[in-house]
Design a binder for this molecule. Structure first.
Ligand code: ZN
Length: 464
């Protein structure tokens, strides 16, 4: 009997890792990093025999879906990796960046521990750059949306566009059991239908079973048109009073969405006096990958590319790769729009820009992504009066804009409408969410669909 066991993102938001077994074939769907408070759990054993995995499927290149792949390889995975070309490209820059950060943190901890004579207590980094490189020496199959991938005579897999980030997919696994054809869908992360850059989430017509993420299973998003209008007026207002704008942003997807919006504003002649700084090497690398795949983007963006236009570029845009160029931005007095990571102000170059500019009432900070509790970004959004950055206490006088409609995740209405189109669906398993939100999502689904809904626990074996 086919079986699914969740080794991560079971009743939690991160660390996505699900094992599907049928006959003698073992397929791992995603192998993500555990983020937040339980981060140290990444060091623990996976809970399954790594060397016995035949296939690793990657739904998309966010860290919580791919972040432990180098650890998997380091610990003996020798199967085949299956993903879209864009996911493989983005994963490579994300994992190299992750390895560099892990090493930086390790060096800092080691330096401090040496002073205390406690260096033996410092753990080695979770993985190194060489383990990321090792991933790309494995057998890799690049797939397109809709392509039928035969794994065995009784088993095939198809990737479908999930509309979440570039290259993202949900997966249909079709298999024969007891002379019957069965289907199971793994959602990965799902986007909504109205995305700025991507084609929207594809429909799935048939499946018996669905494993679905439930990040926003408790809410509905505001329409994106409202968010675009808010974003534009925040920029225009700040420029009119001679201020500067800081945009803490995630390197992937959100940054490219912001660049596209600024590109449109440039075409309308609104940005003439500004300079836009993309101050993040990772975001610069990600943007270059987006430029490589115009056919994966929606018609509107594709048309710009076909006409020879770069939808993520405009004359006022400057890439600042080096740290020294980033520091140089401090000398700009007005009309700077600075896009820098991290998206929640937990580190990265945005910190020095905040320190430089947030005490001045002419300036503005625009949050374009969700801010998790306990992060510096969330403190600002929640109305903190002071910030402590690099040891200095700084008063927040800049205008704070919080724009919530740019989410890359489908909301509960999007997800249920999508499920309603799945013929034959009788079991829904909720993964990738906080337990309280999953309970709310479960009752929301029950109101609208005649299906069994179950919240998956870590390590629980589910027979399909
Ligand atoms: Zn994601």
């Amino acid at each position: 009997m086919a079986k699914v066991t969740s080794y991560g993102a079971a009743s939690m938001v991160t660390g996505s890792c699900h094992l599907f077994e049928v006959g003698s074939i073992r397929i791992l769907v995603d192998c993500g990093m555990i983020q937040g408070e339980s981060w140290q759990d990444n060091y623990e054993a996976f809970g399954f025999d790594v060397a016995s995995i035949d296939y690793l499927i990657l739904t998309h290149a966010h860290a919580d879906h791919i972040g432990r792949v180098p650890k998997l390889v380091k610990e003996g995975f020798n199967g085949e990796i299956i993903a879209t070309q864009a996911t493989l490209d983005i994963s490579q820059i994300m994992l190299l960046d992750s390895a560099a950060l892990l090493y930086e943190e390790y060096e800092t901890l080691l330096r401090k521990a040496l002073r205390r004579g406690e260096e033996a207590l410092v753990r080695e980094p979770l993985y190194l750059k060489e383990h990321v490189e090792l991933v790309y020496t494995k057998k890799i199959r690049k797939v397109r949306y809709g392509e039928l991938i035969q794994i065995a005579p009784f088993l095939n897999i198809t990737f479908h566009n999930a509309g979440h980030i570039l290259g993202s997919a949900f997966i249909t696994i079709t298999y024969q059991e007891d002379n019957m054809q069965k289907r199971v869908v793994f959602s990965g992360d799902l986007g909504s239908r109205n995305r700025l850059l991507l084609n929207g989430l594809e429909d799935v017509t048939q499946s018996d079973t669905l494993f679905i993420e439930s990040t926003y299973g408790d809410r509905e998003h505001r329409p994106i048109t409202e968010s675009i209008a808010e974003f534009r007026s925040a920029i225009i207002e700040t420029m009119e009073r001679g201020g500067n704008v800081l945009i803490p942003s995630f390197a992937l997807e959100r940054t490219q969405e912001i660049l596209w919006l600024l590109h449109s504003m440039h075409e309308e002649g609104i940005l003439q006096k500004c300079t836009v700084y993309l101050d993040s090497p990772l975001a610069i690398a990600a943007t270059k990958i987006y430029q490589k795949y115009p056919l994966e983007l929606n018609e509107k963006i594709g048309l710009h590319v076909a006409l020879g236009d770069n939808p993520f570029g405009f004359p006022q845009l400057k890439y600042t790769q080096r740290r020294i160029d980033s520091m140089e931005i401090n000398t700009v007095e007005k009309n700077a729009i600075i896009i820098a990571g991290s998206g929640m102000c937990t580190g990265g170059r945005i910190l020095h820009h905040l320190k430089q500019r947030i005490w001045n009432s002419k300036n503005a900070i625009i949050f374009v992504g969700f801010q998790v509790k306990g992060t510096l970004g969330r403190n600002i959004v929640d109305g903190a009066e002071f910030l402590r950055i690099y040891g200095d206490e700084i008063k927040i006088k800049a205008t704070v804009h919080t724009i919530n409609g740019f989410s890359a995740h489908a909301d509960r209405a999007d997800m249920v409408n999508w499920m309603k189109k799945i013929e034959g669906l009788h079991h829904i398993y909720l993964i990738h969410g906080e337990v309280e939100k999953m309970e709310l999502f479960k009752s929301y689904i029950h109101q609208q669909l005649d299906c069994k809904v179950h919240i998956v626990k870590k390590g629980e074996e589910i027979y399909l």
